[in-house]
Design a binder for this molecule. Structure first.
Ligand code: GLN
Length: 203
């Protein structure tokens, strides 16, 4: 199985290494053609407005949007989650919605500035009994979530890891610690998608 890592900004190498440790081939994605043959895509953190603009220019935004309509799994971390959110609040009011597909309202930078970055143990009772140690860097806050959104992980009672169908999103960075559980959870989603596609009659 091959999973792509959007290689515009952020911890591309760290995400690739986590996938490779799980035995998954990790490919860097910059152009629409590089999406073909993938079982899923991880969108790392960075600056969501910059990533969104560069994805628009390359045609990747439209290509990914079309694939997501067919159930292609995407995991957005931090800025990646902002790109997936249906509603985004920025420091100066509403920001554009880039990809959408995840029925949440997020507030950018709502966990504080870069210097206020922190590590935390988050409870992911839906996935594992033990908490997961993760890093928050100018993280977006999930202000509200629609009924189709399932909360998988919380920090102080607030959602920080959510899924909706084949979309997974987190406020935090799971690639900066040694814990592979969240990548493993996404890889399982991607594998299910790949098996479903393989079972479909050729069109
Ligand atoms: N603050 C960034 C944004 O609004 C996200 C930060 C991150 O990805 N670490 O896009």
């Amino acid at each position: 199985m091959r999973i792509g890592v959007l290689a515009i900004q952020g911890d591309v190498r760290e995400h690739r290494r986590h996938l490779e440790r799980l035995g998954v081939a990790a490919l860097e994605v910059r152009r629409p053609a590089e999406l073909s043959g993938l079982a899923g895509l991880i969108m790392p953190g960075g600056e969501s407005s910059t990533i969104g603009m560069l994805m628009t220019e390359s045609g990747l935004l439209d290509a990914l949007h079309a694939k997501m309509a067919e159930g292609f799994p995407v995991y957005g971390t931090c800025a990646g989650m902002i790109l997936l959110a249906n509603h985004v609040q920025g420091a100066r009011g509403a920001s554009p919605t880039w990809l959408g597909g995840l029925d949440v309202t997020v507030a950018r930078n709502a966990y504080g500035r870069q210097v206020q970055s922190f590590e935390a143990d988050i409870s992911v009772s839906a996935l594992a009994p033990e908490p997961v140690h993760v890093v928050f860097i100018r993280a977006p806050r999930i202000l509200s979530a629609g009924s189709a959104v399932r909360v998988l992980g919380e920090l102080d009672g607030e959602p920080v890891l959510v899924e909706q169908g084949t979309i997974l999103a987190s406020s935090f960075h799971p690639e900066l610690t040694d814990d592979l559980r969240i990548h493993r959870y996404f890889a399982a989603k991607a594998l299910r998608f790949q098996e479903e596609v393989a079972a479909q009659p050729a069109r």
